[in-house]
Design a protein around this ligand. Structure first.
Ligand SMILES: *[C@@H]1O[C@H](CO)[C@@H](O)[C@H](O)[C@H]1NC(C)=O
Ligand SMILES: *[C@@H]1O[C@H](CO)[C@@H](O)[C@H](O)[C@H]1NC(C)=O
Ligand SMILES: *[C@@H]1O[C@H](CO)[C@@H](O)[C@H](O)[C@H]1NC(C)=O
Ligand SMILES: *[C@@H]1O[C@H](CO)[C@@H](O)[C@H](O)[C@H]1NC(C)=O
Ligand SMILES: *[C@@H]1O[C@H](CO)[C@@H](O)[C@H](O)[C@H]1NC(C)=O
Ligand SMILES: *[C@@H]1O[C@H](CO)[C@@H](O)[C@H](O)[C@H]1NC(C)=O
Ligand SMILES: *[C@@H]1O[C@H](CO)[C@@H](O)[C@H](O)[C@H]1NC(C)=O
Length: 365
């Protein structure tokens, strides 16, 4: 009896171990992001974003020496950008395998027809009435295109890259991601055309759905179909799974900041877990840039049309599950039935001719 029981116990332990091994899931992991201060003027609290000039300040790169300079630049001949790139590559070399540093150049598109229209009508009337339309009788702002001013702003960014390539041998982006909205496709095109880029890292941006602007009733933030995007910029690559029609735009409800934050985090996770490059360009929107900065733990820094902000990002892969964050559902939108709208500081619409809760269905187009 004793003998049999003993064997039985061994057998039970063996079975339990087998079952445990079969059931064991890979350990849960998540990526925690932070922005590393001390390299760029934009992350210093005393820099005012509304007056800051990224063109006149070398993209905001602070003039300084780095610990890695002594070995890399003993004769003091390298540029600030060359020494910075070396510093970042060294950070990656000596950091533990679960920590990765990347430089994100986050650019906002140049001025679009929708920006000019918002200025023309004023923000309350824009948000409460005009933005839900495709345009007025003279101007279209559905999936808004760049206006002449916006093209000039993108050209300014192109001139800055061109100058920094020539004078500082700046490390240019090694990969590029762009929002699917036409104004961003155009901004990236003008910003990076005709530059002396390394043959190993040409300008071939990937169109990414999640880099789009916050989603609500504004038709300027709904995108065109994939056939159109491909016909406009055939050299761009399209991310896997990108749909022909815009399935995310709603003509009724608005993405909340927490929902947008989750979208931004998902986008970063996609890129950080698949892209091994270190210098990366995003071409996106003001609202989406703010959301990304917030997820990255960067101080808030609003970008004017056409502005670019570089951020040194530290991504740490941790085991376990990410801290739970509350994601609030999309909220309904009240719109005025007609102009004029005479509103107010609070953001609520004060309509002259009644209001409705927007329940429109987004068109497939
Ligand atoms: C921020 O900028 C101010 C003014 O230039 C400077 O005195 C301060 O040391 C900077 N702070 C950091 C943390 O770099
Ligand atoms: C910058 O300002 C924020 C908010 O005012 C504050 O929480 C933070 O500690 C400041 N950072 C530095 C380095 O002074
Ligand atoms: C930033 O600059 C703007 C424009 O000059 C000014 O109105 C604002 O008060 C400044 N903000 C701070 C925090 O100094
Ligand atoms: C940084 O260094 C460059 C080149 O030496 C110089 O032209 C520029 O004025 C410096 N910027 C600041 C803010 O000191
Ligand atoms: C349409 O909006 C634009 C602003 O983008 C404005 O310049 C133009 O006058 C408007 N057209 C009409 C007919 O009101
Ligand atoms: C920019 O767009 C134009 C017009 O579609 C095209 O001819 C050109 O090749 C594009 N350049 C880049 C770098 O995408
Ligand atoms: C795709 O979008 C373009 C530009 O908006 C439009 O002209 C075309 O009709 C659309 N195609 C389809 C099949 O919806």
């Amino acid at each position: 009896m004793y003998h049999i029981a003993f064997l039985g116990t061994i057998f039970a332990i063996f079975c339990a171990t087998q079952a445990h091994q079969l059931k064991q899931k890979p350990l849960a992991q998540y990526i925690s992001y932070s922005s590393v201060p001390g390299y760029f003027l934009q992350d210093n609290n005393s820099t005012n974003s509304s007056t800051f000039d990224f063109v006149a300040t070398n993209f905001g790169l602070i003039n300084q020496t780095y610990p890695t300079d002594a070995q890399f630049d003993p004769k003091n001949t390298k540029s600030q950008w060359e020494r910075f790139a070396n510093q970042v590559f060294r950070l990656n070399l000596v950091s533990p395998s679960n920590i990765e540093y990347k430089i994100l150049f986050i650019g906002r598109h140049g001025e679009g027809y929708h920006n000019a229209a918002e200025t023309f009508y004023g923000t309350p009337a824009w948000n409460c009435y005009w933005a839900q339309l495709d345009g007025n009788s003279t101007v279209t702002w559905f999936d808004a295109h760049l206006d002449a001013n916006g093209v000039a702003q993108a050209q300014t960014v192109n001139n800055l890259w061109s100058r920094l390539i020539a004078t500082q041998n700046i490390q240019t982006p090694q990969s590029y991601y762009v929002s699917p909205l036409t104004r961003c496709l155009q901004t990236a095109n003008v910003s990076f055309s005709g530059l002396d880029l390394p043959a190993s890292h040409p300008f071939v941006p990937e169109v990414k759905e999640l880099l789009r602007e916050g989603i609500d009733i504004h038709t300027c933030d709904s995108r065109s179909n994939l056939t159109y995007i491909k016909s406009l910029f055939p050299s761009y690559t399209i991310e896997p799974g990108f749909t022909e029609y815009d399935l995310l735009f709603r003509q009724s409800t608005s993405e909340t900041p927490t929902a947008q934050g989750l979208r931004s985090k998902t986008l970063l996770d996609q890129i950080f877990s698949t892209d091994g490059e270190t210098f990366i360009s995003f071409t996106t929107h003001s609202g989406e840039a703010s959301s990304l900065l917030s997820v990255l733990g960067h101080r808030s820094f609003s970008l004017s049309t056409g502005a670019v902000i570089p951020i040194l990002v530290k991504a740490e892969t941790l085991s376990g599950t990410a801290p739970v964050t509350t994601v609030l559902p999309y909220t309904s939108q009240v719109v005025c039935n007609a102009p004029p709208i005479t509103s107010q500081a609070t953001g609520t619409c004060v309509c002259s001719s009644g209001s409705t809760i927007s329940t429109g269905l987004a068109k497939m187009r």
